[in-house]
Design a protein around this ligand. Structure first.
Ligand code: NI
Length: 256
């Protein structure tokens, strides 16, 4: 069994067939966390997860690229988090890519509000961080990442990875490892700190093409096994355990 720790079947790219894609993933032994980026997609992630007893979970949060169109409403997100299927706050963080950026100050303020929510609810955090690792490291080392979490889609430098790992955080890898050369980071990151993800519908791993989906997470596992010189089964087993531990996801009753 694999766990795609960062999927977006709650996004409009799957408007017509989200449950078909979801079923295909579960049938392939791939569980998932659908991750919200605004209130509407967070709510949709929770609604999807609520339909399944096992295998489908939700993360809720306001992504830094949506701060110009949405104000973070602590109480509304707290209410959403009452669902037992909410396993994390995310994706939240910092994004300094110029075309997306709200002011850095505003991003930091909203991030700290959401970190408070994570702490109040004792939920781990799924961090989005683009062109802003040094600021995120500074924030986390000053305030601590008290509930743990993952730096999703990590593409930074090893010296930044080391800092996150030193704070007890996990690194998430997806299909971007086929586009950028992250071999050194993958080699040096202990397997017990690696999480697998797709970030679907984006970042489709090779050899697949077109819209990404959770069942393709196996290609990310294969590539990590190859780079680390480990067996595929070992990578699957350990990364699944990592996800179960961080997000407190129960083991599959069927054991697959
Ligand atoms: Ni994402």
């Amino acid at each position: 069994m694999l766990i795609d720790t960062h999927a977006h079947l709650n996004f409009n790219a799957y408007k017509e067939d989200s449950f078909e894609v979801l079923r295909r993933s579960l049938d392939n032994g791939v569980w998932m966390i659908n991750v919200g980026s605004q209130y509407s997609t967070s709510k949709r992630a929770v609604e999807m997860a609520e339909k399944y007893e096992n295998g489908v979970y939700a993360a809720i949060g306001l992504h830094p690229i949506h701060l110009e169109t949405e104000v973070f409403d602590y109480e509304k997100y707290k209410e959403l988090a009452k669902s037992k299927k909410v396993v994390a706050i995310g994706e939240i963080g910092l994004d300094y890519k110029p075309e997306y950026a709200s002011s850095e100050e505003k991003q930091k303020t909203v991030l700290s509000q959401q970190l408070k929510l994570a702490e109040a609810l004792s939920l781990p955090v799924i961090f989005h961080c683009r062109m802003s690792h040094d600021d995120l490291i500074k924030i986390l080392s000053e305030n601590g990442s008290r509930t743990g979490g993952v730096i999703h889609c990590f593409t930074g430098a090893w010296k930044q990875a080391e800092k996150y790992l030193g704070m007890g955080l996990y690194l998430g890898f997806n299909g971007i490892i086929f586009k950028l050369n992250l071999d050194e980071i993958i080699e040096k990151t202990p397997l017990d700190r690696v999480l697998l993800e797709t970030d679907c519908p984006y970042l489709t791993p090779k050899p697949m093409e077109g819209r990404n989906e959770p069942s393709y997470v196996k290609y990310v596992a294969e590539k990590i096994a190859k780079v680390k010189g480990l067996g595929y089964e070992e990578v699957v087993e350990i990364t699944t355990k990592n996800a179960q531990k961080l997000f407190r996801i129960p083991a599959s009753p069927a054991g697959r």
